[in-house]
Design a protein around this ligand. Structure first.
Ligand SMILES: [Zn+2]
Length: 92
Protein backbone atom coordinates (compact mmCIF):
# COMPACT_ATOMS: atom_id res chain seq x y z
CA UNK A 1 0.00 0.00 0.00
CA UNK A 2 1.01 3.57 -0.59
CA UNK A 3 0.25 4.86 2.88
CA UNK A 4 3.69 6.08 3.95
CA UNK A 5 6.48 8.27 2.71
CA UNK A 6 8.49 6.80 -0.13
CA UNK A 7 12.04 7.64 -1.22
CA UNK A 8 11.42 6.79 -4.90
CA UNK A 9 10.86 9.54 -7.47
CA UNK A 10 7.20 10.54 -7.79
CA UNK A 11 6.70 10.25 -11.53
CA UNK A 12 2.98 9.45 -11.80
CA UNK A 13 -0.11 11.44 -10.83
CA UNK A 14 -2.72 9.51 -8.90
CA UNK A 15 -6.40 10.24 -8.21
CA UNK A 16 -6.54 10.11 -4.38
CA UNK A 17 -10.23 9.20 -4.66
CA UNK A 18 -10.23 6.85 -7.67
CA UNK A 19 -11.50 8.19 -10.98
CA UNK A 20 -13.37 4.91 -11.48
CA UNK A 21 -15.35 5.69 -8.32
CA UNK A 22 -16.24 9.25 -9.26
CA UNK A 23 -13.09 11.11 -8.16
CA UNK A 24 -12.58 14.13 -10.42
CA UNK A 25 -9.35 14.94 -12.27
CA UNK A 26 -8.52 18.08 -10.31
CA UNK A 27 -5.55 19.30 -8.28
CA UNK A 28 -7.33 18.78 -4.94
CA UNK A 29 -7.80 15.08 -5.82
CA UNK A 30 -4.26 14.56 -7.09
CA UNK A 31 -1.06 13.27 -5.59
CA UNK A 32 2.30 12.37 -7.05
CA UNK A 33 3.40 8.77 -6.52
CA UNK A 34 6.25 6.61 -7.68
CA UNK A 35 5.36 4.04 -10.34
CA UNK A 36 5.40 1.09 -7.94
CA UNK A 37 3.11 2.72 -5.38
CA UNK A 38 0.70 4.03 -8.01
CA UNK A 39 0.36 0.52 -9.40
CA UNK A 40 -0.09 -0.91 -5.91
CA UNK A 41 -2.80 1.61 -5.03
CA UNK A 42 -4.93 0.90 -8.11
CA UNK A 43 -8.54 1.96 -7.49
CA UNK A 44 -8.43 1.81 -3.70
CA UNK A 45 -10.27 4.55 -1.82
CA UNK A 46 -7.86 5.66 0.93
CA UNK A 47 -8.92 5.63 4.61
CA UNK A 48 -9.68 8.95 6.36
CA UNK A 49 -6.39 8.97 8.26
CA UNK A 50 -4.42 8.68 5.02
CA UNK A 51 -6.30 11.66 3.60
CA UNK A 52 -5.59 13.65 6.78
CA UNK A 53 -1.86 12.90 6.61
CA UNK A 54 -1.79 13.92 2.94
CA UNK A 55 -3.46 17.24 3.82
CA UNK A 56 -0.92 17.75 6.61
CA UNK A 57 1.96 17.15 4.16
CA UNK A 58 0.41 19.52 1.62
CA UNK A 59 0.72 22.35 4.16
CA UNK A 60 4.48 21.95 3.81
CA UNK A 61 4.65 22.51 0.05
CA UNK A 62 1.41 24.22 -1.03
CA UNK A 63 1.61 28.03 -1.33
CA UNK A 64 0.74 30.05 1.78
CA UNK A 65 -3.04 30.31 2.11
CA UNK A 66 -3.81 27.57 -0.46
CA UNK A 67 -6.57 25.08 0.31
CA UNK A 68 -4.92 21.80 1.28
CA UNK A 69 -8.14 19.78 1.45
CA UNK A 70 -8.36 16.57 -0.56
CA UNK A 71 -11.59 16.69 -2.54
CA UNK A 72 -12.99 14.25 -5.07
CA UNK A 73 -15.58 16.72 -6.33
CA UNK A 74 -15.08 19.66 -8.66
CA UNK A 75 -15.91 23.10 -7.32
CA UNK A 76 -18.32 25.28 -9.30
CA UNK A 77 -15.36 27.23 -10.67
CA UNK A 78 -13.64 24.00 -11.80
CA UNK A 79 -16.84 22.73 -13.48
CA UNK A 80 -17.17 26.01 -15.38
CA UNK A 81 -13.53 25.92 -16.46
CA UNK A 82 -13.91 22.31 -17.64
CA UNK A 83 -17.07 23.16 -19.60
CA UNK A 84 -15.23 26.05 -21.29
CA UNK A 85 -12.37 23.76 -22.29
CA UNK A 86 -14.77 21.24 -23.80
CA UNK A 87 -16.64 23.95 -25.74
CA UNK A 88 -13.35 25.25 -27.16
CA UNK A 89 -12.25 21.71 -28.10
CA UNK A 90 -15.56 21.21 -29.93
CA UNK A 91 -15.10 24.54 -31.71
CA UNK A 92 -18.27 26.05 -30.30
ZN1 LIG B 1 6.65 4.76 -3.72
Amino acid sequence: MAWGRCPAAAVEVDHVYPWSKGGATIVSNGQALCRRHNQAKRNVTPPWWYVLSLERRRRGYFPEGANVRVSAAMSRREREARAGTQRRAAGR
